[in-house]
Ligand binder design. Structure first.
Ligand code: ZN
Length: 315
């Protein structure tokens, strides 16, 4: 198995405390003084979109042009959705949910039936397990694996990204196809939620996705709903949908509310219940992001009301 190819030299982006949102994961800083925030708009920041159409907010020092800061681009293309569906489907089939993770879900009031229905699994915790799975996938699917976010080549051997944590499969609008895997990390450091991606290894990334949790059963492609909740975090969306019997969409951050739009349209929703965490209200940047989300959704014709959720245990 050959390597993924060398990457072109470019600006070095590093992670440190983001001057805008104060968090140290996901946002990036460059040694030129430029920084980009993935979480929230802020004063003096320009809104831009990445190749997946996902917004980010960038600060450029005087005289610096965005095109001089373009991040390195991978030569690999993401596999088409049919391939992702088959490969991620095969991965989900091979994984199980550990006793520890099952207990964590149950602790959030999520029953075994809901766990099964949402295809919740545990990501292989050791690199040996990930290597074995990656090699099996390569034997089964061959070169197509190069375009699958999460799979990459390390020391000429197939490997899978990610570490110990819950896996939550993300469905597309047809509700039956897995298009990405979301992992909630067991580790106390680094981001709590992340996408299974091989971008850091020169491979492909899955983009961002919203996820629909339907109360009482799995979502169907013919479903419609007048009121739909939008919240941050996939686990919380599952918990809230079951507890309140309101279909609940998760977005990977409130600033990324537009990821919910295709779903809201497909469901023919008219009212959006925007749910945010109590602890987030105090942070000015996050509050601004919520305000932007309300305005943005209203601009798209939705009636928006907000609710707060103060329960830490659902995350
Ligand atoms: Zn930030």
């Amino acid at each position: 198995v050959r390597g993924a190819g060398s990457r072109r030299p470019g600006t070095q982006w590093t992670t440190g405390t983001c001057p805008n949102c104060g968090r140290s994961d996901w946002c990036r800083q460059s040694d030129t003084g430029a920084y980009l925030c993935r979480r929230a708009p802020g004063p003096g920041l320009l809104e831009r979109r990445d190749t997946h159409g996902v917004p980010y907010w960038i600060h450029l020092p005087k005289g610096l042009k965005l095109r001089n800061l373009a991040p390195n681009k991978s030569k690999l293309k993401k596999a088409e959705s049919l391939v992702l569906q088959v490969v991620y489907g095969a991965i989900i089939q091979r994984l199980s949910l550990s006793a520890k993770h099952r207990a964590e879900w149950r602790g959030r009031g999520v029953s075994d039936e809901v766990i099964d229905r949402n295809w919740l699994r545990s990501w292989p915790a050791t690199s040996e397990e990930r290597q074995t799975l990656a090699a099996d996938l390569y034997r089964e699917f061959g070169e197509q694996m190069r375009g699958v976010p999460g799979w990459y080549v390390r020391d000429r051997k197939p490997m899978l990204a990610g570490g110990s944590g819950w896996v939550i499969p993300m469905w597309d609008l047809e509700t039956e196809r897995v298009v990405a895997l979301r992992i909630r990390s067991d580790s106390g450091t680094g981001p709590k939620y992340y996408w299974l991606s091989s971008k850091r290894h020169g491979g492909t990334s899955p983009g961002i996705h919203a996820r629909l949790a339907w109360p009482g059963r799995g979502p169907r492609r013919t479903d419609t709903a007048d009121t739909v909740r939008v919240t941050e975090g996939e686990a919380k969306s599952i918990v809230l949908a079951e507890r309140t019997e309101i279909p609940t969409l998760s977005v990977p951050g409130v600033a990324l509310w537009s990821a919910a739009l295709p779903w809201l349209r497909r469901l023919r929703a008219r009212k959006v219940l925007l749910c945010y965490d109590q602890d987030r209200k105090e942070k000015a940047q996050i509050a601004r992001a919520y305000l932007e989300a309300v305005r943005g959704l209203e601009r798209h014709g939705f009636t928006v009301s907000t609710e707060t959720w103060g329960n830490e245990e659902t995350k």
